[in-house]
Ligand binder design. Sequence first.
Ligand code: G4P
Length: 534
Amino acid sequence: MSTGTDAHTPRRTFAIISHPDAGKTTLTEKLLLYGGAIHLAGSVRAARARRHATSDWMDLEKQRGISITSSVLQFPYAGTRFNLLDTPGHQDFSEDTYRTLTAADCAVMLIDAAKGVEAQTRKLFQVCRLRNTPIVTFVNKLDRPGQDPFDLMLEIERLLNIHCVPVNWPIGMGSSFRGVYDRMSHKILLFQRVGDHGQSVVDMREMSVDDPSLPELVGETLWKSTRDEIDLLDAAGEEFDVEAFREGKITPVFWGSAMTNFGIEPFLARFKEFAPEPAPRNSSRGLVHAEDKNFSAFIFKVQANMDKAHRDRVAFMRVCSGSFQSGMWVRHVRLGKDIRLARPQQFFAQERTLVDEAYPGDVLGVFDPGMFRIGDTLLTGESFVFDAVPRFSPEHFGRLRVKDPSRRKQFLQGLSQLVEEGTVQQFVVPGQEHSPVLGVVGQLQFEVLEHRLKGEYGVEVYLEMLPYTHARWVDGAEATVDNFEGKGYGAAVFDQDNKLVVLFKSDWALSVAERDFPKVSFHNTAPIVIAAAK
Ligand code: G4P
């Protein structure tokens, strides 16, 4: 596989955000297929299917050594190298899913045409919004009956508060889905169904929108209604504005079917044009640009190996500026120490490949003997720290009790280490410092925590779930423990940076608190604490 690692190949780094079953795995595979990174679709799906076939996540993790969820897939397309950051979903959904988005320059929001905007898509969309990450929308499964395209766009606009601009428009839906109209080139792209279930690229015929054979090819009625829709869109003056997209103000919308490959190529061709370059990143020294000469990167994910025999971890870093060469010495700013980055890796599905060079937008996985934490800055040249990767509101809360009280010391040591690593978040209830509340975005994080406490610290625990569903970091003059504690809203607690947080039991409790305290700001991410550069 060509990974196009030379310095001159433009990089585009993105993630796919979607609700489970919208077709993320299928679309990923088709992007690889069209990029020439795989030759027959089926391999990624097969790996996923094997993964989901077992309920024992830990056992599978052991067999594989490293989770497929940690993969960063690269594929070339028309002279550009795409880095697709895989965002764990399904039962692997966790804070890592959110953190990964902070390393992407843009997101593809994948929507099932029949189901519209679903819960997990909304959450992931909000995380993208925090950084004004540009979002491209791909409406999938057009080969099946779905919602009316206009209604779907209205739903996206209403629920996500972002303006939709269709870049292409579907011709038919379900069994009559024939192709798309490209609104920028005014061309009709008709797809030819082949009998191999989308394993190979689909034939595409390009025609002028005024071609007289279209009514016959598409069918009189369908062609007439499509023309009416195209005219309606044109009359509404919906032109795509790439600047507004890059500022996160509008989302270009594409239509297709990942399963049959209809619409994949038109999407990729435009995506290559629109997808933003590796973005500058904020730091204690101001914006760090991809063109800056010195190397810099930040760690956005640390993946622990669940196999007891291999205690290694892989730390994932996103290169932000300069260039990286294997074996190079870099400064680990938090530790104030120079380290050599030997044997960094890139990931292609389950395979790891060693990397000699990397450039802004690229992601490297490095063996971590326990020295990396989420948000760490690595660089050459003058020292600074990148803005921290935010902590996101957990959705599941619990308390741990040690089974064997004589192991309490090891428990506290292990817990504090794992909290620092970002495995879980910790909240202290005033007066109950000995028994912190733990919070996670995905239930799986609790399983990982229990597993690692047992495997690495020899501590077995009982997990008691608590009824909270949201954490809100509060600030303002009225943001006090007394205003929130014991008043029925939930619990007033302090996070690991000693910031006041209110844990709510429901959306309703949260909305009552917001109404009762209009001067208090309720944030669903922790305030960024800037560490000093060493
Ligand atoms: P995910 O990663 O987002 O969870 O979705 P995934 O790709 O696994 O797709 C979920 C289901 O939706 C799969 O069906 C897949 O084949 C189907 N799918 C994906 N894209 C399309 C599409 O464009 N059109 C249609 N009709 N279906 C699509 P499944 O029955 O769960 O699995 P399988 O039997 O197809 O393997």
